[in-house]
Design a protein. Sequence first.
Lengths: 110, 116
Amino acid sequence: QQPVQSPQAVILREGEDAVINCSSSKALYSVHWYRQKHGEAPVFLMILLKGGEQKGHEKISASFNEKKQQSSLYLTASQLSYSGTYFCGTRNNAGNMLTFGGGTRLMVKP
Amino acid sequence: GAGVSQSPRYKVAKRGQDVALRCDPISGHVSLFWYQQALGQGPEFLTYFQNEAQLDKSGLPSDRFFAERPEGSVSTLKIQRTQQEDSAVYLCASSLQLAGGRHEQFFGPGTRLTVL
């Protein structure tokens, strides 16, 4: 079952902040965040691992609540380049593949 | 190149034709994944290789879909007797990942398949 992302879409003014949430019904080993622009490959942003380890971009932060099987991506002081669709991909202990949410469409306006 | 490459970038096929989609992963990456992405949706897992071994093919939608990675590097996804519902973007991703999965997956630009 795929994780649920919220909100489905958000419009920001440049410089504003946003939070994107990802929730799973299954126990998670890791959560991976990607941004995809139209017609392009998903670009890796961050990985959060069970136990608290994180790696990713310096300007993007995220949290992972293992007990609630939830992750949040925090975008601060948004820039025009942040526009795109954000996907969370979750991995449980049963396999190596990622199960992706339906995406959150983010538009940053000047 | 430094990233994952896929070819062709676009493919138009008539219903019933066979197609082959190629993926060149990042050099040295052990794991290779294929995903299918429908318009406006997130990628959906198709199959996974670790080196030349296909360890998981649970996401392949039918026996018309076949993937191989014979030398543990380049991979080919083949779709036989294409149907209109096969129209989608097919994404390939590679990773240093071994069992344990602590590494990110890097995606290629995808092949957009349109079946008429």
